[in-house]
Design a protein around this ligand. Structure first.
Ligand code: NOJ
Length: 708
């Protein structure tokens, strides 16, 4: 009998339920009273995993209690939200999505795993794979943007990066794909609200990234807090048991979100804790994070016949199997002992950060800055704010270790005089500092305005309705712009900010998101032209909150938009087009696209077509172009979106250089969710569109036919 079977025979009910119980270990390290309670619970086998404890020594100490002092000596699973770096912080996921670079996505996850495992962590609650199209929702910052195909590539890359080739290796972290599913579709972008959407939308938009994570071997999955049309995901047997375990064959662990099992009472689907525990367990949720619903409710649920011992055993087995795969039974102290052979995490952070910056607008040749520039004013509440650079979910990363915009620019321009002032706070009503800040701008050759949100304004529980600059930042910006001197804006945020006035008036605006530990150096690289920007928006940028949700993959309508014409799909008071389309992002280079070809022009299921395109660098700067390949299925049994992303590719071209970009498009990838909600591939004509963004006016188009 293997050790898991032996344990299952030897365990008491309390010990079994203990393996399904995850508590926050901050209780174990912060309060002496609680510390004893948690330690006693570990000793008694009542806790199987902990979250929020890290550090080699702390991890070893707490593990020793489980291994040496509990009856069966089963090691603990130590877990943490390692979302975009651990000690070295990389750009927030929404910013990282703008890299459109699976290789870098994987590398930053690998580097995060190396640092987190050194701190004793074995599992991270990442990647977050919620497709999101509503920037009012604060958690849009944590995910890969609006597109399900991009999210699927992101899912695979991050899972590979965290888990490596061998989950048992000392520097591998178990990944948790979260939050299954449709959390990004909460009503009106309001945190923790319901989502109500069709089965088709679930299958087309929200489930594919999770299929991709499962295909990449994710060790665990976290159901979302929310309910979908009245069925809380924590108790959603059709999706968790039916789709995930049944259809996809997922055999890993399901971990509830924080307190979500007990919250089934608030949802109004369970009348007591035993019912809540039974609903979650029967839906397939193995680990109860933080709600104590399993410890309090499962024994009673068993007595009342709401669950069987077989169901409890199945969950315990999955948890023990995960611990085994992580190598915890062979060596519970493996993580936290050996320093990995990794590259330079700071250099990687700088590379990821400068690639995540999106040059949103740029008039004339204001950027890059002239190498002879002698006097700059760096103004705004985010100019010298290292703590704000790391963004939400910064794990063990410290703001003090991050490079501010001011420090980055000073290091890059040692000969230049740089005057700095905040002018206003991020979100206060005080105008006091504005006159002095404006005075600094009056005397400078150029002003860099550092505006946006602070870290608390995005992430969990940070939904907002007004997406313009918070506080009095607009007043500051307008006073500076009124001087009529050159102004470049660095816009820090976890979501697109809706400030059309700013894009109209400023000479250049860069989305600088929350770029992480190397933010200031990365921004200096781009401003000085040491690095030619390549970041592309992974999310459509609205002009007005009233347009939300606005995304590129719209379906055709019976009355297509015609600007200024009534009775077409439009608004009376605003264009339907966004401020910036998906994929938008300027460069100091200019690229010309030509010769889009598709060969052969007819193909059958199982075959593929070759698509090629010529790209020429028509500018005076070496640069890198990103090309997006979209398709449109012209006639199908279910109306297909006007554009659907199927691939992207980058090409580096020096001044005057040209090169071909080629794709092989498998015909089977053109399947869609048919009338019966099953995948179907239908013959007919498909348009192929290639461009540098989803802006329909900029796309090259060709056509091919799928024949039976
Ligand atoms: C709640 C969040 O929804 C989830 O994403 C996170 O992993 C847990 N808290 C643990 O911190």
């Amino acid at each position: 009998m293997n050790r898991i079977n032996k344990w299952l025979v030897a365990m008491t009910l309390e010990e079994k339920v203990g393996q399904l119980n995850m508590l926050a270990s901050s209780q174990a390290v912060t309060g002496p009273g609680n510390r004893r309670a948690v330690e006693e619970d570990i000793r008694a086998g009542r806790i199987g995993s902990l979250l929020n404890l890290w550090g080699g020594n702390q991890a070893r100490a707490v593990q020793r209690i489980a291994v040496d002092e509990s009856r069966l000596g089963i090691p603990l699973l130590l877990t943490l939200d390692v979302i975009h770096g651990h000690r070295t912080i990389f750009p927030v996921p929404l910013a990282e999505a703008c890299l459109f670079d699976p290789d870098l996505w994987e590398k930053t996850a690998r580097a995060a795993a190396a640092e987190a495992t050194l701190d004793g962590i074995a599992l991270t609650f990442a990647p977050m794979l919620d497709v999101a199209r509503d920037p009012r929702w604060g958690r849009i910052v944590e995910g890969p943007g609006e597109d399900p195909w991009v999210a699927s590539q992101f899912a695979a890359a991050k899972t590979r990066g965290f888990q490596g080739d061998d989950l048992g290796a000392a520097h591998s972290l178990a990944a948790v794909a979260k939050h299954l599913c449709a959390y990004g579709a909460v009503t009106a972008g309001r945190e923790y609200a319901s989502a109500d959407l069709s089965d088709r939308t679930l299958r087309e938009i929200y489930l594919p990234p999770f299929s991709a994570a499962v295909a990449a071997g994710t060790a665990a999955i976290m159901p979302a807090f929310i309910d979908i049309a009245g069925v809380p995901m924590t108790a959603n047997a059709p999706l968790l048991q039916g789709w995930l375990r049944g259809q996809l064959g997922f055999e890993g662990v399901l971990i509830s979100d924080y307190n979500a099992v007990a919250e089934l009472l608030n949802h109004g689907v369970a009348k007591d804790i035993a019912e809540a525990a039974a609903l979650a367990l029967k839906a397939g949720v193995d680990i109860d994070m933080m709600s104590n619903a399993y410890t309090q409710g499962l024994p009673e649920a068993l007595e009342r016949g709401l669950v069987t011992m077989g169901e409890i055993d199945a969950s315990v087995r999955r948890v023990l199997e995960l611990k085994e795969r992580l190598g915890l039974f062979d060596d519970p102290y493996r993580r936290g002992s050996a320093k990995p052979e990794t590259g330079d995490a700071r250099a990687l952070a700088r590379e990821a950060a400068r690639r995540a910056i999106v040059l949103l607008s740029c008039k004339g040749d204001i950027l890059p800055l002239s190498p002879d520039i002698g006097h700059v004013a760096l103004i705004g509440p985010l100019a010298a704010a290292p703590g704000e650079m790391v963004g939400p979910w910064s794990s063990a990363g410290l703001g003090d270790d991050a490079v501010s915009f001011l420090d980055g620019l000073k290091a890059a321009l040692p000969e230049c005089r740089i005057d700095s002032a905040s002018g206003v706070d991020v979100d206060s009503q005080s105008l006091q500092g504005i006159p002095a800040a404006v005075e600094l701008c009056r005397n400078a050759e150029l002003t860099v305005l550092c505006l946006g949100e602070d870290v608390s304004m995005s992430g969990e529980a940070a939904s907002r309705t007004d997406l313009d600059l918070p506080g009095c930042q607009r007043t500051l910006a307008e006073k500076v712009l009124d001087l009529g001197k050159p102004v470049v804006v660095l816009l820090s945020s976890g979501r697109p900010l809706v400030s059309p006035w700013l894009f109209e008036r400023a000479d250049a605006v860069l989305a600088t998101w929350f770029l992480g530990s190397e933010a200031g150096n990365a921004v200096a690289d781009v401003l000085t032209g040491k690095f030619n920007p390549t970041g592309k928006l992974a999310i459509t940028w609205p002009r007005n909150v009233g347009q939300v949700p606005v995304f590129y993959g719209q379906r055709p309508t019976g009355r297509p938009t015609k600007a200024g014409e009534r009775y077409t799909s439009s608004y009376l008071d605003l264009p339907v087009t966004p401020q910036f389309p998906f994929g938008h992002g300027l460069s100091y280079s200019r690229f010309t696209l030509s010769d889009l070809r598709c060969s052969p022009s007819c193909a059958k299921p199982g075959e593929s077509v070759e698509i090629s395109l010529m790209v020429r660098n028509d500018s005076l700067a070496d640069g890198e172009a990103t090309l997006f390949l979209f398709v449109r299925d012209l006639v199908a049994s279910v109306a297909r979106p006007l554009l659907e992303l199927k691939a992207f590719r980058k090409i580096a071209l020096s001044v005057g250089e040209q090169g071909w970009v080629n794709w092989t498009l498998p015909i089977d990838s053109l399947n869609f969710v048919g009338l019966d909600l099953r995948p179907v591939l239908e013959p007919g004509q498909f348009e192929i569109h290639v461009g540098q963004s989803a802006d329909p006016g900029e796309l090259l188009t060709t056509i091919f036919e799928l024949i039976p």
